[in-house]
Write a protein that binds this ligand. Sequence first.
Ligand code: AMP
Length: 218
Amino acid sequence: MRIVIVGMPGAGKGTHAAALRARLKIPQISTGDMLRAAVAAGTARGREAAGYMKRGELVPDRQVVELVRERVMEADCAGGFILDGFPRTLEQALALRGAGVGIDIVLELHVPDEEVIERMTGRRTHLPSGRVYHVTRNPPKVPGADDITGEPLSVRADDAEDTVRNRIASYHAQTGPLLDYYRRQAAGEPGAPRYVRVDGSGSVAASRARVFAALGIA
Ligand code: AMP
C-alpha cells in the first residue's frame, strides 16, 4: 500500500505513520526527518534547507521532490511506503505524479488549529534519538530529561509559538489546493488515489483507531 498522510504540523502524522509502518511493514518516509538529518550532517542540501526550516517556511519544491524521488526508488519501497509530510503543495503532488510515483490512498488527518498549537508548543524532543514527549500529554518520567538516556530535552526551533503560527498559516495556504486536487481526483478519475479524511483530534489511541479503521486494517 502506498500511502500519503497529509495534516498540519503537530496533527500526528509522524506518530500514526510510525504505527502504520509497524503494522504494514513498509517504510515511513518523513521529509521533515530527512531534512533535519541533512541539516545535522551539514550536507549541501542541509545547508540550503536550514534557513527555511528555522523560519517555519517550506523548503523549495525542487529540493524536496528530489529527496523523495530518490528515496522511493530504493528497494525497501517496492512493497509500498508511507509518505509523511510530503507532498505539501500542489506542485509537489504534480511532480510526484510526473516522476511516475503512484499513490493508493491519501489520508487527511484533521485537527483544529488551537489543538495543534497546544500540542506543538508543549512538545519536547530528545534531539539525538528523535524521541518526542509532551509536557502534559506524554511527560517524561523526570521533567526535562529523556527517559532512556537521562539527557536534556529541547524545544525544537520550529516548535516555538511564533514559528508554529507561521507553519499553520503556511499549511492552510499551501495545502488547501493540494487537498482540493486529491479530492477532485478521487471523485472523478478512475484509478486515482482513494481520499479519506480522518479526525485526528483527542488521544493518540483514539485517532489511531480511526486511522486504522479508515484504511481497513485492524
Ligand atoms: P515536519 O517535521 O514535517 O514538520 O517538517 C519540518 C520542516 O521541514 C518544515 O517546516 C519545512 O521547512 C521542511 N519540510 C518538511 N517537509 C517538507 C515538504 N514536503 N516541502 C517543503 N518543506 C518541507
